[in-house]
Every structure is written in structure tokens, then in C-alpha cells.
Design a protein around this ligand. Sequence first.
Ligand SMILES: [Ca+2]
Length: 135
Amino acid sequence: MRNIRFVLAALALGGLGFSQLGSVSAFGAYREQAVKQFKLTNNRIGCTYCHVSADGGAPWNPFGQRLQNNLSGDISKALYETLAEKKDSDGDGYLDMLEVFAGSLPGNKDSAPLVTAAALAAAFEKAGGVDQYKP
Ligand SMILES: [Ca+2]
């Protein structure tokens, strides 16, 4: 009987953990794809990469809004198309694709690369340009 209680408690805890994981990964799938496709590390791409709040949800920052406009089902395609538009969503003087390359936030004007846009663009083109982010 004691073992059964233990198993039931473990299942309940496991089930709780599983459902929490499920809800996180439902929203985290886009983030995971962006990390992979943009060749970023997890600590460089939090929810504020696209959302205003660190907890995600509405509203979205200017880059997230542009991404949403391109989202018609396939997140990998939308991520690429958003960069291929060659826009500066946050207006900080760096195109979104250059900010992704440099690791700064394309939707936050207070986050910008530390090198000039011209120097960054040269390094970006040498690395393969926007095509390096094709799905
Ligand atoms: Ca920025």
C-alpha cells in the first residue's frame, strides 16, 4: 500500500511537471526554432526577442510584430522572410538581419551591435548574408 501511494504521488508530480512542460513548449517552439535558425544560444534569445514582456504574450515588440505579419503557419519561413525584408524594426540604425548576426535585439532600440553598421554588414556578407538564415 505504501508503495502504491508513492507511485501515485510520483505519477501526480510527473503529470504536473509534464503538463507544465507541455504549456511551456507550446509557446517555446517558436523560440527554439529561432535559436536554431538564427544560430543563437538560449541565453541570447529570451521572450523579449519578439515580445515586450520577459514572460511573453501580448504585446509584441516591433520585430515581433513584423514576424507576426509574415507568419502564416510556417515559423521557419516567417523567420527567414522577416530578415530578408531588410528592415530596421526598432529604428536603431541596424537592419534586423545584422542584429541577429551580431546577437543584439532586433526589436529593442536600446540593444545594438557595438561595431559600425558598415563593418557589420561586410562581416555579415562574408559569412553568407541573409541566406545563412534560410530554413
Ligand atoms: Ca536593436
